[in-house]
Structure formats: C-alpha cells, structure tokens
Design a protein around this ligand. Structure first.
Ligand code: AQP
Length: 346
C-alpha cells in the first residue's frame, strides 16, 4: 500500500457569526497539531458562496476567520493559512471529483437536505456539489488527517469514497505514472476533543450554528462579556437540578450541553463539573459558566479585534499562505492531469 507523508488540512467557512462550536470543535484543535504535522488551514470562501453572500461582507468574513486562526494561536510560520479562492487547484480538482462522485452519494448528504430544506429545486448546484469541493480541498494537499467537528463526519466519509474510487478507476495509470497503488490517501477524520458537537443554547437537539436565525442560540467569538452572560442566562434548561453523575445527563440535552461547554472551556472532565455542581440549580451554575466562557474567550476576541483593525497584515498572511499552498497544489494537479489523460504543456 502506498505510504503518504502525514499532513493536516482543515477549513472554516467565512459566513459570519463564528461561534463557540467552530472554536471548540475545530479552530482550537488546529493549534497543537501545528507542532506535530505540516498543517494547512484554509478559509473556505468558495464553499461560502454556495449560499448567497453579500460581497463586502464576504471579504470582511474572510478576514474574520483568518483573524480567528491567528488569534487562537496558529502561527503562519509553522502552518499555512490561506483562502481557498486564491488557489485555482481547488476548483480544478473539484471538477474532476464531480465526475468521479455519483449522484446517489451526494443525494444522501444530510447537510444538503438540511440547508436546501423543502425548496430543493431552488438550491444552487454548488450547494449540492459542496462535498466534492470539500474532498478536493483535502486531497489537493493529499492530506492524511482532517480535524473537524462531528457534523462533518459524513462529508469526510464521502472524501474517502472519492479517493478510493479515483484510485480504483485510474489504477493502471497511477501505477504507470510511478505513484504505486494509490495516488490519494484515505484520509482520517480527527473528530475528538471534549466538545465535538456543541449544541444550540435554545434547543439542545440542534447544533450551534452560524445560520440559526436566533443570535441567542450561539456564543460568537466576538461577543462581549455582557452579551455572553446574557445569552447563558437565557439558555434553555430543564426544571431539575444538575445531576451528580454524568449518567444523569442522559435524556437532558440542554443540561448535557452546558456541562460539556463548561468542561471544555475550563479544561476539566465533565464529571469534575458535576462533582462541583451536582444538586445545584441552573441559576448558580450558569453564572459560573458565564465567567468561565468570558475568561476563555476574552483574550481571543481582543486579539481578533486587534487583527481586524490591521487588514493589511491579515491580507499579507493570506497572500503568503496562498503562494505556499499553490506550490503544493500545482504538483498534485499536474499529476492528476497526467493520470486522467489531460494534455498539458510540459
Ligand atoms: N456546533 C458545532 N460543534 C462543534 N463543531 C462545529 N463545527 C461547526 N459547528 C459546530 C465545526 O466547525 C468547523 C467549521 O465549520 P463550517 O464553517 O464549515 O460550518 P458548518 O459546519 O456548516 O457549521 P456552522 O459553522 O454552524 O455553519 P452553518 O450554520 O452554515 O451550518 C467544522 O470543522 C465544523 O465541523
């Protein structure tokens, strides 16, 4: 079996309202990986336009995600930070994958069903083909590991299916071109950490999301202390006191979510949270949770504000990162073109 150099890739959409779920499920987890692997962190602006985006806001939101990466501690000297649309290989490889993936595979994607809703006929073709572009993002760098939140599990499985089918469909050419028995790795999702699925503050059965119409459903990375306190105070709960054991959180999604958030933000186990608050009413627990959230997020949002005031610096980071990403992408795309049978200038 072909051996692949370990490489990490992940991305976040610049669609505004970056929230605690994006931070705990993804961005915070990107940081330590940069000391272990070559890492590529992308602002996936081409994914963002699968739903309508105001152009001026999109530009702002691209800088906001880049600022969040930097503020969280991703070092552009160690990891590549860039925005997707600056590297044309993403679109090129996505087209090849549109021709590898099957309609039936994409039709099963739950994110498309949720986002298209009942008005499927009116959804963009891009929204339907989104998972092919995501596979291209990852495989353009032949990434072996992808840290994501739990909601992306199905898309990662599709990425593996596409890589497998490409490797099979073009097996003879892949071998003839000297790539052994596989050109693309079968990428491993890294869905770990204390909070792989942060839920809405208004409904414990729905994930915290940028697009939820209620601002009270999420804590954003730019909320100030008062707003965070207010949102946590208003968070939905049930009438029972907190349990003393984690087993007691079963069937109590809102309690489970708040305890998970506390544990992830304070860096302790969920049981340790219940050792402290078991038997307590939500009112006292919520006050402490708000303090923990403010302590964890205040330095991040202050640094994001500082970076947002310096768009020239952020744009420079993205330009430098894009040049580095393009170098890797060009090698992959040249090989893909040869494997597929396109004629290119040599
Ligand atoms: N609620 C969440 N809990 C844990 N991780 C989450 N992620 C998203 N929501 C949660 C992870 O954040 C990364 C970037 O996500 P994205 O920008 O691709 O957006 P998304 O997954 O579609 O979810 P959003 O941010 O809530 O946007 P909308 O409202 O548009 O669906 C990914 O690793 C994701 O798993």
């Amino acid at each position: 079996m072909a051996q692949f150099t370990p490489r990490v890739f992940s991305g976040v959409q610049p669609t505004g309202n970056l929230h605690l779920g994006n931070y705990l499920g993804a961005i915070r987890r990107f940081v330590p990986l940069q000391d272990e692997y070559p890492c590529i962190y992308c602002v996936v602006d081409m994914h963002a336009i699968t739903l309508w985006q105001d152009p001026a806001e999109l530009r702002n939101n691209i800088r906001e995600v880049a600022s969040a990466y930097l503020a969280a501690g991703i070092d552009p000297k160690k990891a590549i930070i860039f925005n997707q649309s600056q590297v044309s290989g993403h679109a090129e490889l996505a087209w090849v994958f549109n021709c590898v993936a099957r309609m039936g595979w994409l039709s099963r994607m739950t994110q498309f069903k949720e986002k298209a809703g009942k008005d499927r006929e009116n959804a963009s073709v891009g929204l339907f083909a989104y998972p092919d572009l995501m596979a291209a993002d990852i495989l353009l760098y032949r990434a072996t590991h992808v840290p994501v939140g739990e909601d992306q599990k199905q898309h990662l499985e599709l990425t593996r299916d596409i890589a497998q089918k490409f490797n099979n469909d073009f097996a003879a050419q892949i071998a003839a071109e000297g790539h052994g028995d596989a050109f693309f790795p079968i990428t491993e999702p890294l869905i770990q950490g204390p909070a792989p699925r942060v839920m809405s503050l208004r409904d414990g059965s729905k994930k915290m999301s940028k697009s939820d119409p209620s601002a009270y459903s999420r804590i954003t990375l730019t909320d100030d202390a008062d707003t965070i306190q207010q949102k946590i105070r208003k968070a939905k709960t049930d009438p029972e006191p907190l349990p003393s054991e984690t087993a007691g959180l079963a069937g109590r999604p809102e309690a489970d979510n708040l305890v998970t958030m506390f544990a992830a933000l304070a860096g302790i186990e969920r049981q340790a949270v219940l050792d402290r608050f078991g038997g307590a009413q939500f009112s006292s627990f919520k006050g402490e949770l708000a303090d923990v959230a403010v302590t964890a997020l205040a330095p991040l949002s202050a640094e994001m504000r500082r970076l947002r005031a310096d768009p020239g610096f952020v744009d420079g980071v993205l330009a430098t990162g894009s040049a580095k990403a393009r170098d890797i992408a060009t090698v992959t795309m040249d090989a893909v073109k040869d494997i597929v049978g396109f004629l290119r200038a040599r």
